[in-house]
Design a protein around this ligand. Structure first.
Ligand code: NAG
Ligand code: NAG
Ligand code: NAG
Ligand code: NAG
Ligand code: NAG
Length: 409
């Protein structure tokens, strides 16, 4: 897409489906309001989800997880939500938890609830292709995996060889609802964090996709490896809504819709929380978004600001970046500044990658400058929460932005 000085916009396209709408508001806020009237206005977040959230990959089992929760509480940092990344799972399989390293995770969730806190777990779309794994057996019986000419697509993601549910298929949605409802009886989570739903596949092998016009169109945009199927499914695979070629960008969107339906089943008449990495126009009606795997760098701290402002234009105002950075070890100064900035993100979540130094505020020590500063700024956030909640109400009710650039004022 090329912006011309004329002024004009030029699209160089290779095919697919394009729908054009033009919104003519009198000011930027009105343009966003009109756009959101078409695609769906954002969900109203539960009040608790506006609190400070803590997450990391590889807590080191239930002991590590509990000790971080304990030290964060002991230091009296405002803190409402705890996450678990894929390390809680057994062999990284959805709808399981590691009964050895995370023994008593069900009680851990109840203990959080007893302190008025909430618990969010990660789920990925990739389902382990394992004959003795219930979700795989049940989904295979219902034939809900995305399939090509030779049967279900077999990719490779966290649990190893995996299949991918077609959330655009009503049967696929029902299967997802059933599995979530059943797993919730085992582990009392309050929200779902969905990752890898672009949909991502670790395999990236030429020989996996047939030579045809869909997988190898004559012109290919400047994307990874110049392949439309790079680290995702072959374009000629089929889904209920159409060819993957046409509906690829809707994978995360359809997963958000299916997950929202599951949450309505689990929490009738209550709001829960869905956080998604992949989004499309309209995803904000169902899910919040974080800006993906950033790194602990000043550059990524800076870029989180335009990222958040942009997602407000896209109708996904419940958005934030991983505070203190996901990849690379953070530093005291960077993390301190990021906690200060992140206290004013619509979605305020500190999240860290595997094998890296701890970056939860309490890890820096009881009398650290970082900790005192984090508590100071989070208290300002919590004092302002009624106003933030009002902004989200206006976003939900009439399509306003929550975080907006000055030009909107
Ligand atoms: C966390 O605190 C609880 C009680 O507040 C205690 O029972 C538990 O042993 C602590 N766990 C760790 C790992 O510090
Ligand atoms: C299949 O699942 C079973 C039960 O969880 C596990 O013991 C086994 O290692 C898995 N097999 C593969 C190939 O992943
Ligand atoms: C999946 O199928 C098994 C029987 O093979 C059944 O026990 C289980 O409840 C099913 N799971 C769901 C979520 O329906
Ligand atoms: C790609 O797949 C072919 C056939 O399955 C296999 O022989 C080859 O080693 C694979 N290449 C890579 C880079 O994984
Ligand atoms: C980050 O720090 C940890 C320990 O503090 C260390 O083990 C690890 O190697 C470091 N990783 C990187 C990428 O610097």
């Amino acid at each position: 897409v090329v912006l011309q000085p004329a002024p004009a916009v030029t699209y160089h396209i290779i095919g697919g489906i394009l729908d054009f709408y033009v919104f003519l508001g009198n000011n930027p806020e009105q343009v966003v309001q009109e756009y959101l009237e078409l695609i769906g206005r954002p969900f109203l977040p539960s009040y608790w989800s506006l609190g400070f959230q803590l997450s990391r990959r590889d807590y080191g089992g239930i002991e590590g997880l509990t000790s971080v929760v304990n030290r964060t509480r002991a230091i009296k940092i405002p803190y409402d939500v705890q996450y678990s990344d894929i390390d809680y799972m057994e062999e990284k399989k959805d709808f399981t938890y590691d009964k050895e390293h995370f023994k008593g995770l069900d009680q851990f969730a109840e203990e959080l609830h007893s302190k008025g806190q909430r618990y969010i777990i990660i789920l990925n779309p990739g389902i382990s292709k394992n004959m003795s794994y219930g979700p795989y057996e049940n989904g295979s019986r219902k034939r809900i995996w995305v399939s090509g000419a030779t049967g279900p697509v077999i990719g490779k993601v966290w649990p190893g060889p995996s299949v991918f549910p077609d959330y655009t298929n009503p049967e696929g949605t029902q299967w997802w609802i059933d599995e979530l409802v059943k797993f919730h009886e085992e582990l009392n989570f309050d929200g779902i964090w969905m990752d890898m739903n672009e949909v991502a596949d670790f395999l990236n092998n030429e020989s996996l996709c047939e030579h045809n016009e869909l997988n190898y169109p004559r012109f290919v945009p400047k994307i990874l490896d110049r392949k439309l199927f790079a680290q995702t499914l072959c374009m000629d695979t089929e889904q209920h809504w159409g060819l993957h070629y046409d509906v690829h960008s809707l994978y995360g969107y359809s997963m958000a819709i299916a997950t929202a339906k599951a949450m309505e089943n689990i929490f009738p008449k209550k709001r829960s929380f869905i956080l998604t990495r992949s989004t499309f126009a309209g995803s904000g009606k169902f899910a919040a978004h974080w800006l993906g795997d950033n790194e602990a760098s000043w550059n990524d701290l800076q870029w989180s600001i335009p990222g958040i402002l942009e997602f407000n234009l896209f109708g996904i105002p419940m958005v934030g970046a991983n505070i203190c950075g996901f990849a690379l070890n953070t530093s005291e100064e960077l993390c301190r500044r990021w906690m200060q900035l992140g206290a004013f993100y619509p979605l305020s979540r500190n999240h860290n990658g595997p094998g890296l130094m701890d970056q939860d505020p309490a890890a820096f020590g009881r009398n650290s400058v970082l900790l005192n500063s984090a508590i100071h700024y989070l208290n300002i956030r919590y004092n302002l929460l009624p106003y933030l909640y009002t902004l989200f109400f206006r976003a939900h009710f009439r399509g306003d932005t929550v975080a907006r650039p000055l030009v909107h004022e």
